[in-house]
Design a protein around this ligand. Structure first.
Ligand code: CP
Length: 318
């Protein structure tokens, strides 16, 4: 694997999941693999899980880790070609990414969408330019449209629970949840493409107007009636996202969409997932988060093992 930006960079999901589970049982088995190699983790947005799990994964492979909160500690970056930089941007992405590529063997980068201009966000302009000018393998720590390290951890979590069950017989439902702020579609987009590729019986449910981009939802079953969608579910992935069609807008915050214990009654005792951070009482009820059906901490733990598997596969190509 040369980069890890989307599921399309992964030759075989099952092999990657097996690598991750191997690390879960043997965290230090490759403790020298990353000797004298440096990973730089560049954050343009806040993070708890991605930041700590990626550091831990890299350290367990013996890598040096450098972390930079680019939004607070770095110069403001210019991304446009040929502009006279006589306003607020101080450094061009050509030099900034190029310099980081000289210091690092692998770069992880987080860059959220602005949720203003859909075309700009979905072109992944910043991410692709950063990759081009850095010239080293890139790991997405969440881009404008995808969060593949989260999706990998989610697939690992489902695999652990279902063991060797035929994925076609595992019903996974992604349900939209209310939120007070407009959030990116990245987690939902990414989970959809990974769930489809993993071969699950996969349904997305959301209020009308919250359709995901066709490229991400095209192979999923979409059901607008949440209760109908949840019937027989084995796993329910709860996530808010803002509108793709009315780009970046919050169209409703209808609290009837919040998942409660009552709604789980018609499922196959479904396990409940969320990438975190979660707003209690808005996206998910306390009773679910504190109850036996919640997998949120397992998902967060699996971020380490998934990332360790990704870094191993990239290190082997260096
Ligand atoms: N799920 C996730 O990516 O968490 P952070 O934003 O805290 O990294």
């Amino acid at each position: 694997m040369k980069d890890f930006i989307s599921v399309n960079d992964v030759p075989d999901i099952n092999n990657l999941v097996q690598d991750a589970l191997h690390y879960k049982n043997n965290p230090m088995v490759d403790k020298n693999l990353g000797y004298a190699k440096t990973i730089g983790l560049i954050f343009l947005n806040p993070s708890l899980r991605t930041r700590l799990s990626t550091q831990k994964a890299a350290m367990q492979l013996g890598m040096n880790v450098m972390v930079m909160n680019m939004d607070k500690e770095g110069w403001s970056l210019e991304t446009q070609e040929g502009v006279v930089m006589d306003h607020n941007t101080v450094e061009h992405i050509k030099e900034a990414a190029g310099v980081m590529g000289k210091y690092c063997d692998i770069i992880g980068i987080r860059s959220f969408p602005k949720l203003i201009d859909r075309e700009e966000d979905y072109s992944e302009d910043f991410f692709l330019k950063f990759k081009k000018y850095a010239g080293v393998p890139i790991v997405s720590l969440e881009s404008a449209t995808r969060h593949p390290l989260q999706s990998l951890a989610d697939i690992i979590t489902i695999s652990e629970q279902t063991q060797h069950k035929d994925p076609k017989k595992v019903k996974v439902v992604l349900t939209w949840a209310p939120h007070i702020k407009p959030l990116p579609q990245a987690v939902a987009n990414s989970f959809s493409e990974w769930a489809v590729k993993a071969g699950f019986d996969f349904t997305i449910t959301h209020p009308k107007g919250y359709e995901l981009a066709p490229v991400f939802a095209k192979n999923a079953h979409v059901e607008h009636d949440q209760q109908k969608a949840l019937e027989g579910a084995d796993f329910i992935y709860v996530k808010n996202w803002s509108s793709y069609n009315d780009y970046g807008k919050v169209l409703t915050a209808d609290s009837n969409w919040m998942l409660t214990d009552m709604k789980i009654k018609n499922t196959n005792q479904a396990k409940v997932m969320h990438c975190l951070p979660v707003r209690r009482g808005i996206e998910l009820s306390d009773e679910i988060l504190d109850g036996p059906n919640s997998l949120v901490l397992q998902q967060a733990e699996n971020r380490v093992w998934g990332c360790q598997a990704v870094l191993k596969n990239i290190l082997k190509t260096l």
